[in-house]
Design a protein around this ligand. Structure first.
Ligand code: SAM
Length: 397
């Protein structure tokens, strides 16, 4: 077990001050009340230890007080890990980049006295920023992991913060504490939970990472424009949070489909197989055709397939959908042409190529050109204007 010392205020306060200055200079907020919150909340108290991945892929535990500068930098700190069914490791919780938190809080446009629900308490650091800015009474936070909530409660209380903390599935919101002026989620949702729309007051804001399929989506800021409608735009800057889990400790494993090249159709493509991950809007637009349960990774020469993070040089990208369709695209090219193999019912790489064509026809726009309208029945992603000609749909759940 790692024991931690408590640094004196004189040790951590200059780091917090520097972080506040850095975030302000980088445009992560303009509101002086947020600068005050970043200066006042000791991040190390919420992240006394964290995990760092080493070059060989294993995880090492670090102690915050040994490197206060690292803890007061604008970085994600991994705070909870769990074993996967296949013996791997997955991240259960982290302390989000402080600059992303301040940017998101500022995007909520909170007036003094506003009431906020945070979904994804994690370490409690963001709940502390919110409580510092708004007051304990105004802040509720929920996390599906009971032990994380308990730790956050203790650490917040030691610093004199007492927001309402609840253990549960944040997808249900907190009806007993509604209505809220804003709901901010620090985990990604495949669709906006209807409970959030019901629990935010008309004119109130929902800010969350919408990812209808793995890796496909970004931050969207919605306003409840009517009793049964929320609408808004994607944030210009891409952001990614871990997926919301309905059950504590749950870590849905990706799946693989046997890729029988003998039964596949073979062709070449001029589209670089890395494109969906270097141009994430292509992946987002493709996800509406690919469907929600997509799995993907890199193919290694010796082992077949691995998750996307690996130090071994891969030879191809693969993707698969639950209907048994798959595609594998060689990373190497000959005269700009990559070998493609596609098997199963659908030609998956063709769907990605179509999405790339659409994105190119639209002038390769950024996230801010896209918006979302949510009704009880349907999520509609639109281009430039809610009544515009281009729209993509997913069912509301
Ligand atoms: C990126 S972390 C949150 C960081 C946090 N805001 C902070 O300041 O430390 C995401 C959190 O979402 C939580 N989470 C996942 N599924 C959830 C759910 N259904 N309801 C509430 N929280 C959930 C995870 O347990 C994790 O702690």
């Amino acid at each position: 077990m790692i024991t931690t010392n408590t640094p004196a205020d004189a040790e951590w306060e200059p780091h917090a001050q520097r972080l506040a200055d850095e975030l302000a200079a980088a445009g992560k907020f303009t509101d002086p009340r947020l600068a005050e919150a970043v200066r006042a909340v000791p991040r190390h108290a919420f992240v006394p230890t964290y995990h760092q991945q080493t070059p060989d892929g294993s995880w090492a535990q670090r102690t915050s007080v040994d490197d206060l500068a690292a803890v007061y930098s604008n970085t994600v700190l991994i705070t909870a890990l769990a074993r996967t069914a296949t013996g791997g490791t997955t991240v259960l919780s982290s302390s989000t980049q402080p600059g992303l938190m301040t940017r998101m809080i500022e995007a909520l446009n909170l007036a003094d006295g506003a009431r906020v629900l945070e979904v994804g308490t994690g370490t409690g650091y963001n709940a502390a920023l919110l409580a510092h800015r708004l007051g304990d009474e105004q802040v509720c936070s929920v996390d599906v992991e009971a032990d994380l909530v308990e730790l956050a409660r203790q650490r917040l209380a030691e610093l004199g913060y007492h927001p309402t903390l609840v253990v549960g599935d944040g997808a249900a919101g907190l009806p007993e504490h509604a209505p809220f002026d804003a709901i901010i989620a620090t985990c990604a949702v495949p669709a906006i939970p209807w409970a959030w729309i019901e629990q935010v007051r008309p004119g109130g804001v929902i800010l969350t990472d919408l990812k209808p399929a793995p890796g496909a989506g970004s931050l969207v800021r919605l306003t409840r424009t009517a009793e049964d409608r929320a609408e808004g735009r994607f944030d210009p800057t891409y952001a990614a949070f871990m997926d919301l889990r309905h059950t504590a400790g749950d870590n849905p494993a990706g799946f693989q489909v046997e890729r029988d090249h003998g039964q596949a159709e073979h062709r070449t493509t001029s589209l670089d197989p890395n494109t969906p991950w270097t141009s994430l809007l292509v992946w987002f637009l493709a996800s509406f055709d690919l469907g929600p349960g997509i799995s993907y990774g890199y193919t290694l020469p010796e082992s077949g397939a691995v998750p996307v993070r690996s130090d071994t040089a891969p030879t191809a990208c693969w993707m698969a959908t639950p209907d048994g369709s798959w595609a594998e695209i060689a990373l190497a090219s000959d005269n700009g042409q990559h070998e493609v193999a596609e098997g199963g019912l659908r030609r998956l790489w063709q769907l990605v190529e179509n999405a790339h064509d659409t994105w190119t026809e639209l002038g390769q726009p950024g996230w801010n050109r896209f918006g979302l309208t949510v009704t009880r029945e349907m999520h509609t992603v639109w281009f430039d204007h809610p009544d515009g000609k281009r729209a993509w749909h997913i069912a509301s759940h």
